[in-house]
Design a protein around this ligand. Structure first.
Ligand SMILES: O=C(O)CCC(=O)C(=O)O
Length: 274
């Protein structure tokens, strides 16, 4: 497959600094359109979408994504095979192979409007351990099947947080949370404060800021897997429909298993990394 030109040196620098980067219109309409149709078709069968408009449940009902929408849609799975996505991942993994056993297919992120006013959520986490080698385990890609505007339920991330706790010690996500909550910047996130502003500040020399992943269908965000992030409330009047996938470096899977205290090779048959 021909390599599609991917990131500029400025974009690589931004990604190294922030751990997150937005790429407008990276996915072509011919790829995002069928994925959108597949998922919205499913939401149509649930009576939420009539082909042009949303009808929101008035009874507080929630949608169970895995059971009611499902994650297995060929057109959605095809998104992560798009040359533009593969080139992006190849750039950021420096041409190393990624694992296909742990995360086999992309995941739909769906949330109905669920808040009158937006506030900082709880549930901050990482999906990767810190590795003793200091290596980045991989990247997570997000895109949108419907426009997601500010306060519309887009995932929130702490830009810069991947640069913390790379001190030669391996830490599973629970230990990352425990260490970060000692820092003044993170206390409002782990506490109950729940303000409406997106905080910015620093820990030591590392600048940090909370960023909401917003965008239009086909826009892509890519995130270093070490970045702290959380699901956010949706304070708009339309559902949030996103797709995400994690690309993990295959050559680091044994180090990941060791970080969790599992046997070498434990991840080769596809156990979840959490
Ligand atoms: O935006 C969301 O629903 C949560 C995303 C998330 O936490 C994840 O992908 O790990």
């Amino acid at each position: 497959m021909p390599k599609v030109p991917s990131l500029s040196s400025e974009q690589i620098e931004t990604f190294s600094r922030d751990g997150v980067l937005r790429l407008d219109g990276l996915l072509r309409p011919g790829a995002i359109g069928p994925a959108r149709e597949a998922v919205l078709g499913q939401l149509g069968r649930l009576g939420l979408w009539d082909g042009a408009r949303w009808t929101l449940p008035q009874d507080g009902r929630r949608v169970k994504v895995a059971r009611e929408i499902g994650h297995r849609h060929a057109a959605v799975e095809a998104l992560i095979e798009e040359p533009s996505i593969l080139a992006l991942v190849d750039d950021l993994l420096e041409s190393r192979a990624f694992d296909r056993a742990v995360y086999k297919r992309p995941q739909i992120l769906f949330s109905l409007p669920d808040a009158l006013a937006w506030s900082l959520p709880g549930g901050w986490h990482t999906d990767s351990p810190r590795l003793a080698s200091g290596e980045r385990l991989g990247v997570q890609v997000f895109t949108f099947l419907e426009p997601v505007e500010a306060r519309g339920g887009g995932t929130v991330v702490v830009a810069g947080s991947h640069r913390l706790l790379n001190d030669g010690k391996s830490r599973v996500p629970r230990e990352v949370n425990r260490a970060l909550r000692q820092e003044a910047f993170f206390r409002p996130l782990y506490g109950q404060a729940g303000g409406a502003e997106l905080p910015s500040g620093s820990v030591g020399e590392v600048p940090l800021r909370v960023v909401e992943l917003t965008g239009q269908p086909g826009d892509v965000w890519v995130m270093d897997l070490r970045v702290l992030h959380a699901a956010a409330p949706n304070a708009t009047d339309r559902p949030r429909v996103m797709v995400t996938h994690r690309f993990l470096r295959a050559d680091l899977m044994d180090e990941v298993a060791a970080a969790y205290g599992w046997a070498v090779g434990a991840l080769r048959d596809g156990a979840a990394v959490r």
